[in-house]
Design a protein around this ligand. Structure first.
Ligand SMILES: C[S@@+](CC[C@H](N)C(=O)[O-])C[C@H]1O[C@@H](n2cnc3c(N)ncnc32)[C@H](O)[C@@H]1O
Length: 181
């Protein structure tokens, strides 16, 4: 490869990342190992299925699959570059309990399971509420890093020890005032 073709290749990759970040209104920020561990601690012990809405480079989904081999973990990511990297990392991690899907979580016909984790953007949280309202089963839990779901009532709003963010915890079915699961 010539220097110019390397430059063109890197430019295309960076442009793709930027175009999807603008289109999806979310930057693919990775989750550090310590932050992932703190989030994982809130996944109940009896959980069998977890979905990461917007799984980015795969950091959180892979960390959950490693820490909890008893859980079937699904990561959903639309941006092609982070998705491709996450697939490579998943192959290297060789975790049979981890699936990564390239899709828009707003339109993918997927049951999100017993726990949903997400770290998105305030502009996306209305969509998250709408999607989960259509697909979640009563009793399922949402763990949202940094951003609340508008109109939902959290049963926990916890300042994180490993970041300046809060974790918003919801239980579907008792997530609106006056409704109980
Ligand atoms: C901050 S990253 C979170 C990464 C990952 N959850 C983690 O903690 O390691 C947010 C990701 O959500 C993705 N995203 C945003 N909207 C999406 C959508 N509608 N469908 C699929 N992925 C989406 C973005 O492309 C971005 O990579």
């Amino acid at each position: 490869m010539t220097d110019l073709s390397v430059l063109v290749f890197v430019g295309i990759i960076l442009a793709l990342i930027a175009i999807y970040a603008i289109r999806l209104k979310a930057v693919p920020m990775p989750t550090s190992g310590k932050v992932a561990d703190e989030i994982i601690a809130y996944i109940p012990s009896e959980t069998g299925t977890v979905t990461d809405l917007g799984s980015g480079w795969g950091d959180l989904a892979i960390a959950i699959a490693r820490a909890r081999p008893d859980i079937e973990v699904t990561g959903i990511e639309l941006s092609p570059v982070p998705f491709a990297i996450s697939r490579m990392r998943a192959i290297l991690a060789a975790k049979p309990n981890l699936s990564l899907i390239r899709a828009d979580f707003r339109t993918l016909d997927h049951n999100p399971g017993e726990v949903v984790v997400c770290f998105l953007d305030p502009r996306l949280m209305d969509d998250v509420g709408d999607v989960l309202s259509q697909r979640m089963d009563p009793g399922a839990i949402v763990i949202s890093r940094a951003f609340a779901i508008p109109g939902w009532q959290a049963f926990g709003e916890i300042p994180m020890k490993t970041s300046s963010d809060r974790l918003y915890l919801y239980r579907f079915g008792s997530h609106k005032a006056g409704i109980t699961a």
